[in-house]
Design a protein around this ligand. Structure first.
Ligand SMILES: [Zn+2]
Length: 322
């Protein structure tokens, strides 16, 4: 019998050592000793990853949360739009992993020519049919865009989901004009919350996340793909306080991501009715929330001060070809 080939680092090709952290029964984390990139082991074959994205991952009509939280989404998309416009004021943009198309629709309103790319046909349909956004369904690598045709490419919590991040960055480089803006938002594996939470970290999300980036390794990847980093933000009110809240609850021994289920709409839950199926835990969760939420906002500020935010946003320019 042939042995399967030894796993290799996607970034530098070095052989990988034994895992350093067991996350679930089936998945662990392994760190490349040569470049420092952390990967989920074993990686799910791209052909099999679909079953890790059931319809409930997206929620019915691509709405994951209860109506109060859904109501906050336009505010957070508005922040994303303004962050992009700090670097490029107008032009043609691509939102990779555009979901139901809220960001491209907003960018179009602000005078941009906006395109979307989405892996899920169902999500793409909303963007395309309801909002009239041109959406390519598939991977960035397979996308048909012309070289140097975009002024901005946005990878908002996408890079950790693709099997080969270096390949995705190379493609982003190819379709951006020289000087164009690349936005990469990812969970920060070197954050305080990642260190505190270990396998309980909310933003770990294995096996959907193939890789777990720190600032240094991400900067190196961007540099070798032909980008120069203009700014890194460690403050995300949308992602970082919640990362703390859920990770603290997970570490306290509550049912994994129970609060997240309580906040979602029923079509997106793993427990259909958490209050009926786990009543004591649900009530206790609500009971401990006030101190946990306060602590989480304080810790989010501490992460910013120490430049170790739970998720980071990197703004980079495409270099070369000028
Ligand atoms: Zn490596």
């Amino acid at each position: 019998m042939m042995e399967p080939p030894a796993p290799r680092c996607r970034l530098c090709g070095a052989g990988l050592p034994e895992p350093f952290l067991e996350v679930t029964e089936d998945f662990s984390l392994v760190r490349c000793e040569s470049c420092g990139l952390v990967a989920t082991s074993p990686p799910v074959a791209p052909a099999g990853i679909g079953r890790w994205y059931p319809p409930s991952y997206y929620g019915e009509g691509n709405r994951r949360f209860n109506s109060v939280l859904e109501g906050m989404i336009p505010y957070f998309r508005d922040r994303r739009a303004k962050a992009i416009e700090r670097f490029v004021s107008k032009g043609k943009m691509l939102d990779v992993g555009c979901g139901r198309g809220i960001l491209p629709a907003l960018m179009r309103e602000r005078g941009w020519e906006a395109h979307g790319l989405e892996f899920s046909e169902t999500a793409a349909r909303h963007a395309r049919e309801e909002l009239g956004i041109p959406v390519f369904v598939g991977s960035l690598t397979d996308s048909p865009y012309e070289p140097e045709s975009f002024d901005a490419v946005v990878l908002w919590h996408v890079l950790e989901h693709v099997p080969d991040p270096a390949e995705a960055l190379a493609k982003a480089h190819q379709i951006l004009r020289p000087g164009g803006l690349l936005v990469v938002a990812v969970p920060n594996f070197e954050s305080l919350q990642a260190g505190f939470s270990g396998r309980h970290w909310f933003h770990l999300d294995v096996p959907r996340h193939y890789h777990h980036f720190g600032v240094k390794v991400l900067k190196r990847m961007l540099k070798s793909a032909g980008f120069s980093v203009a700014d890194i933000s460690h403050l995300s009110i949308e992602y970082n306080p919640y990362g703390w809240i859920q990770s603290i609850l997970n570490r306290m021994g509550f049912r994994f991501n129970l609060l997240y289920d309580l906040l979602k709409n029923p079509s997106a839950r793993s427990l259909k009715s958490p209050l009926l199926e786990a009543p004591v835990q649900s009530l206790l969760t609500v009971g401990v929330l006030p101190p946990v939420v306060s602590a989480s906002f304080a810790l989010t500020i501490l992460e910013v001060l120490l430049r170790r935010g739970g998720t980071i946003e990197v703004y980079a320019r495409r270099t070369g070809g000028e």
